[in-house]
Design a protein around this ligand. Structure first.
Ligand SMILES: [Zn+2]
Length: 126
């Protein structure tokens, strides 16, 4: 093989390799996108099942058990939110919890004296 042929062949190999890398990147992005779609659909399935559970539709016993667990957690959340609200109202230091620049509901940083948390949407203390 002539030297120039060898150089051309080498150049072609390098360019093929680069194209392969680009193609691999595109495929990885597609895989990630579709994996995210699958996760979103699984969540949607969960929401549909939980809706059916709430309206008393018969479900697979395993699904019913999981829905019951969700309800238990929701009750705990509600109870803890009530407890936190009571503490917030009884503690004079936290009359305006937003004043320290942290949302008392989600813990995110917020603008001082803002009326609502931009992260969780909770109304700040009057
Ligand atoms: Zn918040």
């Amino acid at each position: 093989m002539e030297f120039t042929d060898k150089v051309n062949e080498f150049t072609k190999k390098v360019s093929d390799k680069a194209n392969d890398l680009i193609e691999m990147g595109k495929l990885t992005a597609k895989i990630h996108g579709e994996t995210a779609d699958v996760d979103a659909l699984k969540k949607k399935i969960g929401e549909v099942c939980f809706g059916k559970y709430r309206s008393g539709d018969p479900l697979d016993p395993e699904v019913e058990k999981l829905c019951a667990a969700i309800e238990k957690h929701k009750r705990n959340i509600a109870e803890n939110e009530r407890k936190r609200e009571r503490l917030r109202k009884s503690d004079p230091k936290t009359v305006d919890p937003a004043a320290n620049g942290v949302c008392p509901y989600c813990g995110e940083k917020i603008a001082k004296n803002g009326k609502f948390c931009p992260h969780c949407g909770e109304k700040m203390g009057e």
